[in-house]
Design a protein around this ligand. Structure first.
Ligand code: 4AD
Ligand code: MG
Length: 478
């Protein structure tokens, strides 16, 4: 199998009249002569010209959409439109047949809903090829940005006994007969008799463990899967998603915001530079999709312009309280005022409020800080007003919350007091509290939802289309 050249490299080749070997999957086969072959290195296919008069009839019949081939031939300048080079085949070998009657992917446009049902094959479409190459670049860029700043990539556990966010949305890990579980005297399932001797769950966030690392290594980040058994029947939620969680000692909230904004801008610019072709394809795709919407709902900016705009403008920074004041003044549609007016200060912002701030009022990414403590997690640093905490959420156009973070409460007494108020048992987090007992220091961090980032950069509308194998209620087939 050696000496194979990837199609992307061939299409960019300045050399012709050389012998090459390619391998890939047939996209189309026209006139018993022209194969469009793709190997996933680019959305562009290479055209292969088959000398059909001198090729066995039986072999020609096996060149069908979806079949995998090895082709040896001459790379020559193409006379046809649309491609600079093509391959004149001297040898075609079928590596894997594909029954055209049964192959679900036809050379036509399939709906995203249909493709979700065949997630095992959707990688072979142009849209998903582009999405997953962009996703790959974004992941690489995250590591590159943080590594170059001297951050240590720390692997935090997937199985844990804590629920960092305290939202009760953790998936339980059980290792006993689920049909006949051990029970306590009161008849409840006794998770303490499990493999670990205590109740465990899949992690909702690596933050608490990340903090332990930061308070020795200074700057760390996690980048791994996290799990939430929340309602993920939305276009923005998954039951399993990847999160990047930097945690930095000796950082305050300002430093935290600067790092998050810098990271987001870096990875977006990295994709624009390194995935231009794929992003142009996705931008085009989005423009086609926009055409089916009524004129007044169409986006004014192309995907590429939107990404560039995000790089060229600083994110708007304001407090939750200031945001509420703006929302109070606003009447998004003449008749209906925002829901929060009924609920008042202290209520969590609904997505329609976030969208108004980002898309209508500021028209750019927004960082909201200093939220009411009641709607945020126990570990956030309390402000002197006794009402708010040093939280920050970054809101993106079309996405809503993309980052959630805070400066952490480094004062032992304040932290213990808040945990007690929220009913979080101190004994369970003794190891976390130890960092506040021994050399505590100001520190901060945030979590960037990786799929929400990929959603923004690819311009896709549903989070299930930017992760290879989405997990959501009633869906764990692939
Ligand atoms: O705001 P969250 O819940 O924050 C934390 O978990 C903190 N412990 C992070 C930290 O400070 N280290 O989640 C962070 C981000 C959200 O802003 C969102 O982008 C993403 O994770 N997220 C989800 N993405 C997809 N599906 C879900 N169900 C998500 N829940 C959160
Ligand atoms: Mg959040």
């Amino acid at each position: 199998m050696s000496k194979r050249t990837k199609i992307k490299a061939l299409l960019e080749s300045t050399q012709t009249d050389i012998q090459v070997t390619v391998m890939g999957w047939v996209r189309t086969f026209r006139n018993n002569q022209f194969i469009a072959l793709n190997d996933g290195s680019t959305n562009n296919n290479i055209q292969i010209v088959v000398d059909f008069e001198n090729t066995d009839e039986a072999l020609l019949k096996r060149i069908t959409t979806g079949a995998s081939l090895k082709v040896v031939g001459q790379l020559v300048a193409s006379l046809g439109k649309g491609q600079k080079v093509e391959i004149k085949a001297t040898e075609v070998e079928i590596l894997g047949d594909s029954d055209p009657e049964k192959y679900p992917l036809q050379p036509k446009k399939h709906s995203l809903e249909f493709l979700r049902e065949i997630a095992h094959l959707r990688f072979r479409t142009n849209t998903f090829g582009a999405i997953f190459r962009v996703r790959n670049s974004l992941a690489f860029a995250v590591h590159k940005f943080l590594q170059e700043k001297g951050f240590v990539y720390l692997h935090t556990p997937v199985i844990t006994a804590s629920d960092a966010e305290g939202a009760g949305e953790a998936f339980k890990v059980t290792n006993f007969d689920i049909a006949n579980p051990p029970r306590t005297e009161s008849g409840e399932i006794d998770y303490k008799q499990d493999f670990f001797g205590k109740a465990t769950n899949l992690t909702v966030s690596g933050q608490l463990e990340g903090e332990l690392g930061a308070m020795a290594l200074s700057d760390i980040y996690t980048f791994g899967p996290t799990f939430r058994a929340e309602n993920s029947n939305t276009t923005r939620h998954l039951a399993e998603f990847w999160m990047i969680e930097p945690e930095m000692a000796f950082y305050d909230l300002e430093d935290n915001m600067d790092l998050a904004e810098g990271l987001l801008k870096y990875v977006i610019s990295y994709a624009l530079e390194n995935n231009r072709e794929d992003l142009e394809f996705l931008s085009q795709r989005l423009q086609e999709e926009e055409k089916s919407k009524p004129q007044n709902e169409r986006s004014e900016m192309s995907l590429l312009d939107k990404l560039q705009f995000c790089l060229d403008n600083s994110f708007e920074r304001l407090t939750y309280t200031e945001a509420i004041d703006i929302l109070k003044e606003s009447t998004p549609n003449k008749k209906k005022k925002f829901q929060y007016l009924i609920e008042g200060w202290g209520a969590d912002l609904q997505s329609e409020h976030e969208r108004y701030l980002v898309e209508k009022h500021f028209k750019k990414p927004v960082i909201l800080t200093d939220y009411p403590k009641e709607i945020k997690a126990f570990y956030m640093r309390q402000n002197d007003d006794g009402k708010t905490v040093r939280a920050m959420d970054i809101l993106f156009p079309g996405i809503g919350e993309i980052v959630g973070g805070s400066q952490r409460e480094e004062r032992l007494e304040k932290l213990e007091q808040r945990m007690a108020e929220m009913g979080i048992p101190a004994e369970e987090l003794w190891w976390y509290l130890d960092t506040r007992r021994f050399g505590s220091c100001p520190h901060a961090g945030f979590g960037l939802g990786f799929e929400r980032l990929v959603l923004f950069v690819t311009g896709m509308g549903n989070i299930r289309d930017v992760i290879p194998f989405p997990r959501f209620p009633k869906n764990a087939e692939f």
